[in-house]
Ligand binder design. Structure first.
Ligand code: 6LW
Length: 520
């Protein structure tokens, strides 16, 4: 028996989906505009998760260019059937609804390679796939109701998939609008068959504070589905905004080899007021069956900070669980870039990277030289040691990123018209930039150490030139950066960043090392 710490995946790992093959569990989460996309984790005990790859690791699989922040890859579903892993997901472009859509990818090895997508003739988001025991396969998802009776009403549809052609066939069945009257955003549907009965699990209320999980059951896969009288069966919305965990919903169920049942859900851990800088994280919840219905966290009714898992071994947290501290080396699975592979602008060198500056910036929905990791701890020091011979207007340093419009940079610049290097702290807030502080460095190209020190919502930005002690260049209120303030679906990323700010350049900056050091 081991006490498993929640969240099992801290930081921006939302919309978890889980399946089991033999003794092993596999889990995938959403990644929006980040690349590589859809990280896949393996665990043999639900406690310790090791990242084994990404479902999307070639830009030839999907084109994320130009997709603005909080668009991109939403809510996947992962299943295993007959020796094949199946993943269904949506590529969303919020500016261009004709782009992207729902797709299927398959793999025989979950670590990859995964196939190119096959696009499905289905609109909406949050697709899921269910393999019935009669050999038939059913895809389901959610979309805005075709004939809405209330604002933001969605409908969950079910349609058969031909597993040979990967095309949807036959009639479509609209089976669910949510458990409660006038409820918004019935979404994240997943179908299961347990003891001959079909169960539909779905989120409702929207993925933020009012998020909830409801369940319905039917004798036939296409319904009619009858809701549980206890719906919603899991939510934290009645706990208020001071709850340690909020926004709980978007559940997926799995049965362990010993017959116990579990759910993974997303939730947030607000701090400094109702702000979720770490994003929507993945939590584990025990499930029991009573009277033919799943009971989430029986006897407790909420997500807890520790969960007893009877078959769990000793706690062996994986690096992606954020409990590894220290230098993030080039082979670390936490590294992510924006929209395209980091190899297009970065090459590993020693403990760090060479970063080729390019004209694009963090404000463009493109691929600037940004290599980051999720902020997974409220208290953490992130340090980048950089060295570069920069020209005027060029910059290299650290960035704390929410989106194109909201981020903070602590960067070395080539100075003003070549008059000397300096460190500049810049806050881009709702698309408008302001300089928060500056520190002169003098001429030369010796290494500069830049630190982002998060202590709750105080993000101190420090710079340390050779010989000198660290100097605080600015302190930023992190509440300006979280998605409660800015909108969107993602938590914060912290990364190394370099740009020539629109100019042609051949400058290469060296990131000597990048350290992620939580205080706990
Ligand atoms: C996800 C959906 C949701 O597809 O957020 O508002 C989306 N609801 O379930 C992105 O995580």
């Amino acid at each position: 028996m081991t006490l498993v710490r929640n969240p099992v995946l801290p930081g921006c790992y939302p919309d978890p989906t889980i399946c089991r093959v033999g003794q092993d569990f596999y889990l995938v989460t959403s990644t929006f505009e980040y690349f590589p996309g859809l990280p896949i984790f393996r665990s043999d005990d639900l406690a310790s998760w090791q990242q084994i790859g990404h479902v999307v690791d070639r830009s030839s699989q999907l084109d994320l260019d130009g997709i603005a922040s909080s668009g991109g890859l939403y809510a996947p579903t992962l299943r295993h059937h007959d020796g094949t892993f199946w993943l269904v997901c949506t590529l969303v472009d919020q500016q261009d609804s004709t782009r992207g859509g729902n797709f299927v990818m398959t793999a025989t090895d979950p670590a990859g390679p995964w196939s190119d997508p096959t696009w499905l003739d289905a609109d909406g988001i949050d697709p899921s796939i269910f393999f019935d025991d009669d050999g038939r396969v059913w895809v389901h998802g959610t979309r805005l109701a075709r004939d809405p009776q209330w604002h933001d009403q969605t409908e969950i549809w079910v349609r058969e998939l031909d597993p040979g052609t990967l095309q949807l066939v036959g009639p479509e069945h609209v089976v669910w609008n949510g458990a409660l009257r006038d409820v918004v955003w019935a979404e994240a549907p997943h179908l299961y068959k347990v003891d001959g009965t079909y169960y539909l699990l779905a989120a409702e209320g929207g993925t933020e504070f009012h998020h909830a999980v409801s369940v319905a059951r039917a004798d036939s896969v296409t319904g009619p589905y009858v809701g549980n009288k206890g719906n919603p069966v899991l939510t934290h919305r009645h706990l208020g905004r001071r709850s340690d965990v909020a926004a709980v919903g978007h559940a997926d169920l799995v049965e362990a080899a010993d017959g116990t049942w579990w759910a993974v859900v997303l939730g947030t851990r607000p701090y400094g007021g109702y702000h979720d800088n770490l994003g929507r994280e993945t939590f584990l919840v025990p499930v029991a069956w009573e009277d033919g219905w799943p009971v989430f966290a029986p006897g407790v009714g909420r997500v807890t900070s520790e969960v007893e898992v009877p078959f769990a071994g000793q706690w062996r947290p994986g690096v992606a669980q954020g409990r590894a501290s220290g230098t993030v080396r080039p082979d670390d699975p936490r590294w992510t870039s924006l929209r395209r592979p980091a190899a297009e602008f970065a090459s590993a060198r020693g403990d760090g990277w060479d970063l080729r500056l390019g004209p694009s910036t963090l404000s463009d929905p493109l691929t600037p030289a940004f290599l980051g990791v999720r902020q997974q701890h409220a208290e953490v020091d992130v340090r980048a040691t950089v060295r570069a011979a920069l020209r005027a207007e060029e910059e290299v340093g650290l960035a704390v990123r929410q989106s194109e419009d909201d981020h903070v940079r602590l960067v070395v610049t080539g100075g003003d018209g070549g008059s000397g290097r300096k460190v500049v702290a810049v806050h881009r807030r709702r698309g408008v930039e302001s300089t928060l502080g500056e520190l002169s460095l003098g001429q030369g190209d010796d290494a500069v150490e830049l630190t982002m020190r998060a202590r709750g919502q105080d993000y101190s930005l420090l710079a340390h030139g050779s010989g000198a002690g660290p100097v605080t260049v600015a302190v930023v209120d992190g509440r300006a950066l979280d998605s409660v303030t800015t909108g969107g679906f993602v938590g914060l990323w912290i990364g190394a960043y370099a740009s020539s700010n629109g100019r042609p350049t051949r400058t290469i900056a060296h990131l000597e090392r990048f350290d992620y050091v939580p205080t706990e």
